[in-house]
Ligand binder design. Structure first.
Ligand SMILES: O=C(O)C1=C[C@@H](OP(=O)(O)O)[C@@H](O)[C@H](O)C1
Ligand SMILES: C=C(OP(=O)(O)O)C(=O)O
Length: 414
């Protein structure tokens, strides 16, 4: 059997970090192969609303750095559905100073933001929420951020810490953040690596204690890796169809924690080869279950595993994913309800889900406007006829070409 090459678009997390950092840099940044999707378009539009020129060519985005904070000192910042926009951009805007109205869709309004609001206040900004004070929408008024040391609740998301660290070099004093109970740690390593790529150093000066060293970002040419969370769907699809799929540009040096998803597939019996610049997965005759796996650090991929778990020969228990209840949907509940609709035995707890083997029956899948619920069940749909997504288009948040690519690689018309 010969490997098929999957076309996996660029990483959302790397694209949006690079955009934020490039906006603050000295000089011009050329981003090659950025992700073009709802989340990155929303992020780029938000930067434009803050006065940062972002020129979008087909496979290259060019950002003219501000040599500091964005130029505009007032305006509305629409974050749409993007958690990264709502968590990364307020610290950047506040560091420059001005008055900004942040808002997003009802889905984003429902997601937590309070720890970031508290941190911005501790750094000297005024945040006036329009609602109950927990999240969007809010008005941010600032005269610059003072920096110094603060403690940040990071139990619900790592994105607050990423946003604060990236804005750190613009603050009056060096920023140190203590982030106890930090979830999604690989995303902080990604933030630190990308800041270093643009010339600013962050050190871990104690457990969960991060210090941003004084410095300036320098614009550069940066090529975005394929998105490892997106790649999980094509790898899982290979695993359940007994085929072999490779993704180029992802490999042992990936900056994305979700590249570790293939290790989980390997525990489930897939043959996995990780090279320096390529990952290949070959599906087993039947998936192997009978294990428990902590997917807390790579929680965007837990639904990919949960969706295919009924096809395994024994139960699979996924733990450590309580924070996935606070994303585009309550993902533990969304997976449990939809799998149960397919007749699959599922048990859940506050931060875990256990799926037992069963031939899934046809069902209508309620995506809850969550791209990853739609994409995960699209993979299961390669093996189960009659799975119908109520909202196939919601995949555009991170992978607009998802259905076409799965059809190209594995046949069928989803
Ligand atoms: O920093 C990032 O780019 C992200 C961090 C993760 O969120 P949490 O830190 O909220 O778990 C992840 O789920 C999200 O898709 C992207
Ligand atoms: C959680 C996600 O997105 P975000 O938090 O960036 O909106 C995701 O893409 O799965």
């Amino acid at each position: 059997m010969s490997a098929v090459w999957a076309r996996v678009p660029g990483s959302k997390s790397l694209t949006n970090r690079a955009l934020a950092i490039a906006a603050m840099a000295d000089g011009v940044t050329e981003l090659d192969e950025p992700l073009v999707s709802d989340d990155t378009t929303a992020f780029a539009n938000a930067l434009v609303a803050l006065g940062v020129p972002v020129e979008r060519q087909a496979r290259r985005w060019i950002v003219t750095g501000m040599g500091g904070a964005p130029r505009l000192r007032s305006g509305g910042v629409w974050c749409e559905d993007a958690g990264t926009a709502a968590r990364f951009l307020p610290p950047v805007a506040a560091a420059g100073g001005g008055a900004f109205d942040f808002d997003g869709t009802d889905q984003l309004r429902a997601r937590p933001l309070r720890p970031l609001i508290d941190a911005l206040r501790a750094l000297g900004a005024t945040v006036e929420p329009a609602g109950d004070g927990g999240g969007l929408p809010f008005r941010l008024v600032s005269d610059g951020l003072k920096g110094g040391e603060l403690t940040l609740t990071s139990r619900t998301s790592s994105q607050y810490l990423s946003g604060l660290l990236m804005a750190g070099p613009l603050m009056a004093n060096p920023l140190t953040v203590v982030a106890p109970e930090l979830v999604s740690r690989p995303y902080i390593d990604m933030t630190i690596a990308l800041m270093a790529r643009f010339g600013v150093r962050v050190t871990e000066s104690g457990p969960d204690r991060f210090t941003v060293h004084p410095g300036r970002y320098v614009g550069t040419r940066y090529s975005v890796e394929p998105d490892a969370s997106t790649a999980s769907y094509v790898f899982a699809a290979a695993a359940v169809t007994g085929s072999e799929v490779s993704v180029n540009g992802l490999g042992s040096a990936s900056l994305q924690g979700d590249s570790q998803f293939v290790d989980v597939l390997s525990r489930a019996g897939a043959e996995v080869t990780v090279e320096s610049d390529r990952v290949t997965v070959r599906g087993p005759r039947r998936l192997r279950g009978g294990f428990t796996v902590d997917m807390g650090p790579i929680s965007d991929t837990f639904m990919t595993l949960a969706a295919i778990a009924p096809l395994a020969d024994a139960p699979i228990r996924i733990t450590g994913v309580g924070h996935a209840r606070l994303k585009e949907s309550d993902r533990i509940d969304a997976m449990a309800q939809n799998l149960a609709s397919c007749g699959v035995p599922v048990r859940t707890g506050p931060d875990w889900i256990e799926i037992s083997p069963m031939d899934p029956s046809p069902a209508l899948i309620h995506c809850r406007r969550d791209h990853r619920i739609a994409m995960s069940f699209s993979v299961l749909g390669l093996r189960v006829h009659g799975l119908v997504l109520d909202d196939p288009a919601c995949v555009s948040k991170t992978f607009p070409g998802c259905h076409a690519e799965l059809a190209r690689l594995f046949g069928g018309d989803r």
